[in-house]
Design a protein around this ligand. Sequence first.
Ligand SMILES: [Zn+2]
Ligand SMILES: [Zn+2]
Length: 337
Amino acid sequence: MKTMRVAQIPAAKQAFEIVERPIPEPTPGTVRIKVAACGICHSDSVVRDGLFPGLSYPRIPGHEVAGTIDALGDGVPGWKPGQRVGVGWNGGYCGRCDQCRRGNLFACETQQVTGISFDGGYAEYMIAPASAVARFPDELSSIDAAPLMCAGITTFNALRHSGAQPGDVVAVLGLGGLGHLGVQYAGKMGFHVVAIARGKDKEPLARELGAALYVDSQAQDPGAALLALGGASAVIATVTAGAAMSAVLPGLAVNGTLLVLGAADSLQVAPWILISGRRSVKGWYSGTSIDSEDTLRFSARAGVHSMNEIFPFERVNEAYDRMVSGNARFRVVLTMK
Ligand SMILES: [Zn+2]
Ligand SMILES: [Zn+2]
């Protein structure tokens, strides 16, 4: 039997171990992917730390997968071996449940999460439901594409559904893994981009990425700074601190929306701010496979790039710790041989 190497979490709160497993065979409705690269995301900590209810171990995380289809299960028309593809957080949908029939594919009642409900991309091969698979444009390398499968789609998809129009003031709160992509997307979409982060030192990078204005939230009230521009039609909040999100709320324009992408524990909202300007606070789910395809195509055409630190698969524990440290600039990507 042919085997592959995988990086698995043997039980909650334990380090990664690299083990050999049989290469799995694709079941009906799935494809097998030979993984070329896989990004490490903060959300992978739910596997490592046992934060997802009902998670079974050992588990292979990884939902920023880039690779090539290598074998097909029965009943997957439209896919063929050799196609370059990726898989993100959304682990596919059934197409038959009430939510799917209403067009809310992301909320499928049978929804699975890649690398959580089933094994993900920290491995030489993985099996994915065909509905979870996104085609890659030729121009993007696997390393370039991998982080776009979560950090990219989340910011791109939120921005294009934010209701903001070209020329509108749009703010990106946070300048990390998600934020450094969000600033680029917002600029390429034609918004007047304000980047908000802590500290003066991030300003040159923010401007380089396409921000027209940088607000150091330690030196300046970010809400007041946005109001001085007439208010932001949309703010995408990539941070995980509720207080930082609350601080930008007064800077929303009339009919403006705060799109929450970072899973903060809680968030304080003054109802009068919402009522008086018909403002809203809304969560945004990353998206499904077709949203990933749109993200990748836009990124390739517009020249949006994730800044990545690359680690060989064998150094998975070091790479994971680097991501958790918050010091990585800005995404961490594992590469396979
Ligand atoms: Zn993620
Ligand atoms: Zn469904």
